[in-house]
Design a protein around this ligand. Sequence first.
Ligand code: FES
Length: 150
Amino acid sequence: MSQYTLHINGKAQTVEVEPDTPLLWALRDSLGLVGTKYGCGLGQCGACTVHLDGVPARACLTPVSSLGRQKITTIEGLDPQASHPLQLAWQELDVPQCGYCQAGQIMSACQLLKQHPAPTDAQIDAAMASNLCRCATYTRIRAGIHRAAE
Ligand code: FES
């Protein structure tokens, strides 16, 4: 086990884990930040999406030892009041069904809106294609992104 100081949601936090421990498990098991979800563990579903220095990344594939001083943002840190426009839109439009994938969806959508403040349906579909939803809430996710962009 080794100690690592991670810069998460604006705070420095120390975890003691094996170097190859995925960030996902440091967040969930060591720090109690359980908004980031485990889906596939293979980088294929997007449920574990967080931001590293503002860029979406798969926490299940990111070893803690690789992080250095990168700024990590999880769904808990996206907005101090949980009132990011995407979070408000998700509530207003009842986007989630089971909800499991939605934190990852929002973290990816956040990046999309930075790149395309008023995205087209095609831009949304392309940007969100690697975030899977077993409940198939894709139509509502698209609507939520449009609402957040208003
Ligand atoms: Fe990381 Fe599926 S759990 S991409």
